[in-house]
Write a protein that binds this ligand. Structure first.
Ligand code: ADP
Ligand code: MG
Length: 696
């Protein structure tokens, strides 16, 4: 199965290179897993005369009556007219014109398939699949021919979606059952009435009937999900069973005196539960690698802090890594304040820590006098060496790459316990699938007394009224955020918009009655910090900013947020931004301003934002609208790039696969039982794939 693709009959070196470059097909197995996106029944032809807007695809057969080359430069194209008894359709090519010109001839019959369009009311197919047509006698049997994803480039080189099928057909002739051995336990096959792996691999390409095809798809989707779960689960189980970890065996003075004397509020039950889960884990002698989920404002930071105190109680250092300077600074300020009467040494390290100060921080890490280091990714630089790092927290983990997080593991001889915290919730199904190698905790409760944020959607034309409303809130002593989209950090236009917006805000809120802070990504750290601090202290009533305040910023007196061009933001980003208000006891508002043109998807997003404050619900919706590939925090993981399965649509199969995988992990994680041998063999074959997932 690992034979290079050139070994296959019909694949020249030239074609082989193309397959590799264009489709990532390097060997037999890759070709076999290049699945058709549909099948066509060649005996079922559309009549050209009855094609309508309702036909997404058309399959027609007829004679070519005319070929023309029209236009020049980029507009150059080849058109051909194809006629059957009922009408005429135009075929058009913009690329590969020379090749197609040689391939087709007036007067010959062709079978044509492609996506149907209408041009001035006439049917047209651009870049159709085309082949010689010999009328088939209807023998009562329908023959489902696979059509494969291909690329323009491949099509013009004679490797269209159908000719790839010929290669696959050839390959399947070579393969016997022993080449594609069974990979699931008998019990699972029986339970779900699966066809064999061998059969599934064949039937997905060349099904006898549509029913056979569906059986094959169901089985192969299950396989994909089952083995993904199993691989991640094995990493987790191996860690639980064999890893040697630092043991936080005691809860000591620091934790206790903080809990009894300095904790400014009662923890929620969810916070207490999570604290306990993590304490047990960190005391077990195994290394902890855990995901902490919680909605915006659910109070993840305090949990992290208390765990860092437990680390200190056990004579270990701790580090908290945040994605932005603003957030790192804010964590530092908040935590320093909470710990100011305690004998805990806390320091800050970011990209803008320079000279003597930087040197001091680094030295205190190395000699062990520092208990807690807070910072940006500056903390993972190679010259930052810890004496005994025991606990690492990654806040807003989706902003970091896997490689960055992996650096933390190397900061101690025995890897520290690692806690990664999400910004906004990820739906449970997704979390368990994408992060199946991590243990999982969730804070599913907000601190008491929070009022839901009142979210409104208004058109930009209502801006004056909205600003009046902001004035009323400010008159009550509140503060306000006004947020502008920053799609691209480097985009000049986005900054121009921000500046224009800033001037406009100034005209609504003139000095000296009002003072305004502005923060954006292009400012120097100290300018950002000064502006932030003025807002935190209440010296300015208004914060004009880009999404740099998206993550974590905590100013409880701010009760209004106006989001400009809200249609440009994604759901989780809107939710995250909105989480900046509603942090105090006051009634808070979030006003989404939008331009005149909004897409349906954007409208849907705004509707959801208005309807609910619940981050978990929003995450579910986000998943439905965008599909799993785009959900923040999962992109990097790569685990969700399934070839067939879709974890939104295939929820039922996903659950079944998870149950199956969990049973094996619980009962026989080493897979010594004969029944699990097929699974083990298959996993070993596929091993190379999992290197990335070793790290949180
Ligand atoms: P997030 O989970 O979004 O990171 P934070 O940790 O920033 O949330 O907490 C949000 C706010 O809630 C902070 O001001 C924090 O001090 C406060 N907070 C956290 N836990 C509680 C609690 N149990 N009771 C009251 N306020 C709390
Ligand atoms: Mg936070």
């Amino acid at each position: 199965m690992t034979s290079p693709i050139e070994y296959l009959n019909g694949v020249t070196t030239f074609k082989g290179d193309l397959l590799k470059k264009e489709l990532g097909i390097f060997n037999f197995k890759d070709l076999l897993e290049h699945y058709p996106f549909r099948h066509v029944d060649k005996t079922k032809l559309d009549k050209i005369g009855s094609l309508s807007l309702g036909n997404e695809y058309a399959q027609v057969a007829g004679r070519i009556t005319k070929i023309d080359i029209l236009g020049e430069g980029r507009g150059r194209r080849l058109t051909a007219k194809l006629q059957d008894d009922t009408g005429e359709i135009e075929l058009v090519w913009f690329q590969g014109i020379n090749w197609i010109q040689k391939a087709i001839e007036v007067g010959h019959q062709y079978l044509v398939f492609g996506r149907l369009g209408f041009f001035i009311g006439k049917p047209q197919i651009a870049h159709p699949e085309i082949e010689n047509f010999t009328p088939q006698k209807a023998d009562g049997k329908n023959y489902l021919e696979p059509v494969y994803p291909s690329t323009e480039k491949l099509k013009t080189k004679g490797l269209n979606g159908r000719s790839i099928g010929k290669l696959t057909y050839g390959l399947l002739q070579l393969l016997a059952e022993k080449d594609l051995p069974e990979n699931l336990p008998e019990s699972i096959i029986k339970q779900y009435k699966f066809i064999s792996h061998f059969n599934a691999c064949r039937q997905i390409h060349f099904p006898a009937t549509e029913k056979h095809y569906l059986h094959a798809v169901r089985r192969l989707k299950f396989e994909e999900l089952f083995f993904a779960q199993l691989r991640l689960g094995l990493i987790k189980s191996t860690r639980h069973r064999f890893s040697k970890g630092l043991s936080f065996s005691q809860v000591g003075d620091l934790f206790n005196s903080f809990y009894n004397s300095y904790l400014p509020f009662e923890l929620t039950n969810a916070q207490k539960r999570v604290l306990k889960e993590i304490r047990q884990d960190a005391g077990s002698g195994k290394q902890m690698n855990r995901l902490l989920q919680g909605d915006v404002g659910s109070g993840k930071t305090i949990v992290a802090l208390m765990l860092m105190l437990i680390a200190a109680d056990n004579d270990f250092q701790a580090v908290l890594m945040a994605p932005t300077e603003i957030l790192a600074q804010q964590h530092f300020n908040g935590i320093s304040k909470l710990l100011k009467d305690m004998p805990v040494n806390v320091k800050l390290l970011t990209g803008s820590s320079k000279g003597k100060q930087r040197k001091e921080v680094i030295e205190s890490c190395e000699d062990g006098s520092l208990n807690i280091l807070i910072g940006t990714h500056a903390v993972i630089e190679v010259n930052v060496v810890f004496k005994n790092l025991g606990f690492a927290v990654v806040d807003e983990q989706h902003k970091f790459g896997v490689a960055q997080r992996a650096q933390l593991w190397k900061k101690n001889a025995l890897p520290p316990h690692v806690l990664v915290m999400t910004a906004t919730p990820i739906p449970r199904t997704l979390a368990l699938t994408a992060y199946g190698d991590l243990d999982y905790s969730v804070i599913d409760e907000l601190p008491p007394g929070r009022q839901p944020i009142n979210t409104l959607h208004r058109s930009e034309s209502a801006r004056p009224q909205v600003m009046e409303f902001v004035k009323e809130e400010i008159a009550k002593g509140r503060q306000a955020y006004i947020v502008y989209p920053l799609i691209e950090e480097s985009s000049k236009m986005d900054y121009e918009n921000l500046m224009k917006g800033y001037e406009e805000v100034k005209s609504f809120f003139p000095e000296p009655k009002y003072w305004i802070s502005m923060v954006h990504g292009k400012q120097k750290a100290d300018v950002k910090e000064t502006n932030m601090q003025r807002f935190v202290k209440g010296d300015t009533q208004i914060m004009v900013s880009t999404t740099v305040i998206e993550v974590g910023v905590d100013v409880p007196n701010a009760s209004v947020m106006v989001i400009e061009s809200a249609e440009k933001f994604g759901l989780s980003q809107l939710h995250q931004l909105r989480g900046r208000v509603g942090r105090g006891a006051e009634k808070s508002f979030c006003i989404l301003l939008t331009g005149p043109k909004i897409s349906n998807d954007a409208r849907e997003r705004l509707k959801i934002m208005v309807a609910t404050n619940d981050g978990f619900k929003i995450a579910e919706k986000d998943l439905e609208i965008r599909g799993p590939g785009d959900i923040e925090g999962t992109k990097q993981s790569g685990v969700l790039n399934f070839k067939l399965a879709n974890i939104v649509q295939d929820k039922v199969i996903l659950e079944a696969a998870r149950t199956g995988a969990e049973r094996i992990l619980d009962d026989d994680p080493d897979m010594v039982e004969p029944a699990h041998q097929p699974v083990k063999n298959y996993l070993q074959q596929q091993k190379a794939k999992t290197a990335w997932s070793k790290i949180s």
